[in-house]
Design a protein around this ligand. Structure first.
Ligand code: F6R
Length: 624
């Protein structure tokens, strides 16, 4: 996610902005920029006696250090400015796409964190009115819209223009703007992206996150959806969604900068697990519009989808488990045969692939070398390559024919959590989209599936609200030396994921297995030192899973069952149970994996492991 810092007060703000951005580096970013209101030098004051202002801007791709070195010797000091670290969502990471962005007259500068879903139509409207754009970003429409409202529509107030802008855009955004015509204020608005005001004597701040300004103030006000805010040197004015001025008292935090970076969580991994309701919503954004599915980014015509003979999905590690889920759903709903391979195996096994095959590569980092090699292999055989990744401008994104970004926001913890749930959402939406195009899903089923997908963020939240229960189970079972994760059909990829999470952060031996395979070998492992984690939702294979659990129960394993809410039946077989909300059978996986992530996390913490940086592992695996 992008980072925002803005300052107005009695101090020169260049270094305040740069230091604020440095404090946001932990969030991940690909470029950075600042813009400062500065009085025009050597110019006679106008009749008012007040100086005329200009906006001085500097931005660069890459590290903040580059920007810092650049601005060191540039005269751009003023008492009011905005800064931004960009995590690309629209348009590659580059200087021109970095924020702040300007209107045509360069009198308004804007930084933005979020995604504007309807930016193409807004851009088109603005182009018709004579506006010119220079970047590939969605953000650039924002200063142009403000310009339009202030000039053509004669709204003589930046906050009112911001209010109108919030009504116009769809999507998410924390938006902060300065204007040379309003040099004594900074204005912001928020829809669904974090935005806070930091307040202190003779100075006020906007920030996406507390660490940006924690060295200046510990007094904060959280801004809610559809609110707009005006800050001046010594005033904070908050306006509700009806544009009425409202009162809100600041609250005080005692966090250190380090704990604030983690949002008060102990580790990034835990923070990212808890960010999943927001992450999956962002993945759905723009793709689920009033019940209709939009997958223009696939860049494949309906005719081409109808003619697909095969889909080949490749991935590594956690992404491979999303691929397995994709196969189950695409084959069930869209009736297109799907093969799934580990990227590292794919090109060594003489795969059959040609132009009638859609080749899908899943990789959160977009840099995994094996996945990249498999893509090159497929392209050499004329397959059309679609990448699903979280990192805009990554090598895989650049080398693929089309890209679906998961938009989960940067993931700092080495092990994949929120990027995985976002990959699952893409799999659900893509499978349903193919089914719809092929006419294999009728209106009733389609509406039901869409409704269930939309309810996933709330259901994940319900699970997270009960995290303490998982912690208690982990506290009681962490000393076991062998963990078997069992699932069937949609639960099987999640059993693999549960085992992978546990082994990578706790270093305890764990395996994921299709439950029906136990009696063909692994059951020999079960004894009193074994925990069997059974995924046993109320689906069509429920009874069979119960038989599988009884088999391990008879061998004295400790059983922890993840079950559907109100299922009172399983406690007869299981030592521990955890309830997840009801959904349709195809979607249980995403609800099962959240308690599995938490379970792995709490077990690892019991063993005092460094969960954010587990031994021997890297976030991007760029070696074969
Ligand atoms: C597990 C994990 C790894 C990655 C794997 C693939 O938590 O993070 O297993 O899933 O290295 O990485 P990407 O998805 O970046 O290709």
């Amino acid at each position: 996610m992008c980072g925002i810092v803005a300052y107005i007060g009695n101090k020169k703000c260049k270094s305040i902005l740069i230091n604020g951005l440095k404090r946001l580096e932990y969030r991940g970013y690909d470029s950075a920029g600042i813009a400062i209101l500065s009085p025009v030098q050597n110019e006679k004051f106008e009749k008012t006696g007040k100086p005329r202002f200009q906006i001085k801007v500097e931005k660069e791709a890459g590290k903040i250090k580059v920007l810092e070195d650049l601005v060191k010797n540039i005269d751009m000091d003023g008492f009011c400015g905005i800064g931004h670290t960009r995590w690309a969502t629209h348009g590659e990471p580059s200087k021109v796409n970095a924020h702040p962005h300007f209107d045509c007259t360069e009198k308004i500068a804007v930084v933005h964190n979020g995604i504007i879903e309807n930016y193409s139509e807004i851009k088109e409207e603005l182009i018709q009115k004579g506006h010119k754009f220079i970047s590939q970003t969605d953000t650039e429409v924002l200063p142009h819209l403000l310009e339009e409202y202030l000039k053509s529509e004669n709204i003589g107030d930046l906050q009112l223009a911001m209010h109108k802008l919030l009504k116009k855009i769809r999507g998410s955004g924390a938006i902060v703007a300065i204007s040379t015509d309003f040099p004594e204020e900074i204005v912001a608005g928020r829809i669904a992206s974090p935005l806070i005001v930091g307040t202190s004597k003779d100075e006020n701040f906007f920030a996406s996150d507390m660490p940006a300004v924690l060295e200046h103030t510990h007094n904060f006000i959280v801004i809610n959806d559809f609110e707009t805010v005006r800050i001046t040197r010594n005033k904070v004015e908050i306006f509700n969604s009806d544009c009425k001025l409202i009162e809100r008292e600041p609250f005080k935090v005692s966090w250190s900068i380090e704990s604030a970076e983690k949002g008060g969580y102990e580790d990034f991994m835990l923070k990212e697990i808890f960010e999943q309701p927001y992450g999956v919503k962002e993945t759905m954004r723009g793709r689920l519009l009033d019940g209709a599915l939009n997958f223009d980014e696939l860049n494949i015509s309906e005719e081409q989808i109808k003619n697909l003979k095969k889909i080949q999905i490749i991935a590594c590690g956690t992404s491979y488990h999303a691929a397995l889920t994709g196969k189950l759903l695409i084959e069930k709903w869209a009736k297109i045969p799907v093969e799934v391979d580990f990227s590292s195996e794919y090109r060594y096994r003489s795969p059959i692939v040609d132009k009638n095959c859609l080749f899908v590569a899943i990789t959160q980092s977009g840099e995994t070398i094996d996945t990249l090699a498999a893509i090159r292999e497929a392209k050499s055989k004329n397959a059309r390559v679609v990448a699903i990744t979280n990192v805009v401008g990554s090598t895989v994104a650049r080398e693929s024919d089309s890209v679906i970004y998961t938009h989960a926001g940067p993931e700092i913890g080495v092990c994949a959590t929120k990027t995985f749930s976002s990959q699952l959402i893409v799999m659900y939406l893509m499978a349903l989209y193919f089914a719809k195009v092929k006419g294999f899903v009728d209106g009733v089923d389609y509406d039901k599936i869409i409704k269930e997908i939309k309810s996933i963020p709330d259901k994940i939240q319900t699970i997270l609200d009960n995290a303490e229960k998982i912690k208690n189970i982990a506290d009681e079972t962490y000393k076991h030396t062998c963990f078997l994760f069992l699932g069937r059909i949609y639960g099987f990829p999640m059993s693999l994921e549960g085992a992978l999470k546990l082994k990578e952060i706790s270093y305890i031996h764990a395996e994921g297995y299709p439950a029906g395979e136990m009696k063909h070998g692994p059951i020999a492992l079960t004894d009193t030192k074994t925990v069997v984690v059974g995924l046993i939702p109320r689906d069509f294979i429920y009874e069979k899973m119960i038989s599988n659990l009884q088999e391990v129960k008879a061998r004295n394993a400790t059983i922890f069952a993840i079950i559907t809410e109100d299922d009172k039946n399983i406690s007869r077989y299981a030592n521990y149970t955890f309830e997840i909300p009801k959904t349709i059978e195809e979607l249980y996986g995403i609800l099962e994996v959240v308690p599995l992530q938490l379970y792995a996390y709490y077990i690892a913490k019991n063993h005092n492991r460094n969960v954010d940086q587990p031994r021997n592992l890297a976030k991007s695996v760029t070696v074969e």
